[in-house]
Ligand binder design. Structure first.
Ligand SMILES: Nc1ncnc2c1ncn2[C@@H]1O[C@H](C[S@+](CC[C@H]([NH3+])C(=O)[O-])CC(=O)[O-])[C@@H](O)[C@H]1O
Ligand SMILES: O=C(O)C(=O)Cc1ccccc1
Length: 244
């Protein structure tokens, strides 16, 4: 069983600034990193279980795209123990995917998750009733977001659900500034130093690219989702649901 460490990746002054990558180092501290960085992360997972209970269709497929260590995969799987469904978990980081397989093997289940190491932009999606993008669309290039979500829409069965959590940017500068400041304080309260916060922020620049709530909703509507809205927001971290 893998042991996860405390996230100290950005604690020492860095001589050269490297872009953030989901490599072995990040994978080995990921539970601590996401817990201390993303407010309401646990609530997104609880919501994924609850929503999956309502939307999973028998004999359909459930996708977790950008699964990291498989926390959302596990949250979905809990909801369908007594339903015949195929769960598919995808990530393009070999370090993450290897640890996800190890992590899920610690929990007993009637379901065998199909793990795919690969780019979600190239993953076929079909006969889906629930698709989860838990903080992953933000890492793909903005000009590929529409076609990615369109492919998800096309692969969903009627009545199927997309659950998508994202870090947002607020279009109103005063509100953006204060919400961002509250998130910084959240990180300080969770033990991150000013150096850790600023070095991580710099490494995420041009890697995590946030859209506004309005852009997300407009895109989902344009693609054809019958209904869409946020069901959760804490600071700039939001979670959307969209029904086909
Ligand atoms: N093109 C891509 N194809 C596949 N995977 C990708 C791609 N781009 C990035 N990833 C993967 O998306 C994940 C994003 S983390 C998701 C947390 C998880 N959902 C959770 O509920 O714990 C969110 C975060 O770190 O803020 C990483 O594992 C990347 O390797
Ligand atoms: O740390 C941050 O500021 C974030 O926006 C969230 C995050 C969490 C884990 C990996 C990358 C980004």
């Amino acid at each position: 069983m893998t042991h996860y460490q405390k996230d100290t990746l950005f604690s020492q002054p860095q001589t050269e600034q490297k872009a953030f990558r989901f490599d072995e180092q990040v994978a080995s501290v990921f539970p601590d990193m996401i817990e201390r960085s993303v407010p309401s992360y646990q609530e997104t997972l609880k919501g994924i279980t609850e929503l999956t209970k309502h939307f999973a269709q028998a004999n359909s497929q459930l996708y977790d795209l950008g699964c990291s260590l498989g926390a959302a995969t596990l949250a979905m799987r809990r909801a369908v123990e007594d339903k015949p469904c195929q769960i598919i978990a995808v990530d393009n980081s070999p370090a993450m995917l290897a640890k996800a397989q190890d992590y899920l093997s610690n929990y007993h289940s009637n379901h065998q998750v199909k793990f795919i190491e690969g780019d979600m932009l190239a993953t076929p999606i079909n006969n889906a009733s629930v698709v989860v993008l838990n903080f992953t669309l933000q890492f793909i290039s903005p000009n590929q977001r529409h076609s990615m979500l369109s492919r998800i829409y096309d692969g969903l069965n009627p009545g199927g659900l997309l659950i998508m959590s994202e870090k947002l940017v607020n279009t109103q500068p005063g509100i953006q500034t204060i919400i961002d400041e509250m998130h910084l304080q959240f990180k300080r309260d969770n033990g991150y130093s000013e150096l850790e916060i600023s070095q991580k922020r710099a490494s995420l620049e041009n890697v995590l690219i946030s859209d506004s709530r309005e852009i997300h909703l407009e895109r989902l509507r344009k693609i054809g989702f019958r209904e869409c809205d946020t069901w959760l927001q804490y600071f700039q971290f939001a979670s959307f649901i969209a029904i086909k």
